[in-house]
Design a protein around this ligand. Sequence first.
Ligand code: 6PG
Length: 235
Amino acid sequence: MKKRIFNTKELTAQALAEELYSKITRAAGQFNIAVSGGSTPALMFSILADLSDDKLSWENIHFFWVDERSVPPGDDQSNYKMTSRTLLSRISIPEGNIHRVRGEGDAETEAIRYSEEIRKFVPLNNSIPVFDVILLGMGDDGHTASIFPDQIDLFYSQNICEAAVHPQSGQKRVTLTGKVLNKGKSVYFLVCGKSKTEVLTNVFDNKGNYPALLVDNAPGELIYYLDSEAAGSLK
Ligand code: 6PG
């Protein structure tokens, strides 16, 4: 596991956008990215769209979501909507390469359907889909994807996707499970802001019942992209 720490949120987002740009331009054949939502990735997606040029073909790049809220795609809480607004609407990518979770549907039913869609497009290793890149965030409570501390058992599910429930709002979610998050070729956490300092320190001190702590992605690549506010005294 590596940590890349930058002075500001903007520099952190820029560094991760450049890493993704580099991986995408070097991709040979289909390249599958699973992205998270929330507020942090938006800036990084915008920067990646800015970087997008003729050298970067999106023909073979497929987007999936690590998790999605059970809302219609046009809802402001939709992770798909955020990714479309900041990136997908600004690049030339075939419609068939965008595999959104159907948040408008019943979460339990969609978890099954989405698992099948992933199986169809993403290479499997011992029946576990292997994404080229998985982009994760971390909540103040140490959740990642939509696996929350009070539902940490979802991390160990044998299924590719599960239905989850946000502990405060009760909002239904669809989420990838731990066996997928720990099977990526490259897994990147993007964590910024003062509100993440405490949880991040605890995660790195191996303390607490945090789903994010369970992501080790061994033997794959795991890199934390952090701004100095989130990193606090971490080196
Ligand atoms: C979601 C995300 C979630 C997110 C964290 C951090 O659907 O909310 O996938 O896992 O990464 O909640 O969110 P922020 O970037 O908004 O802090």
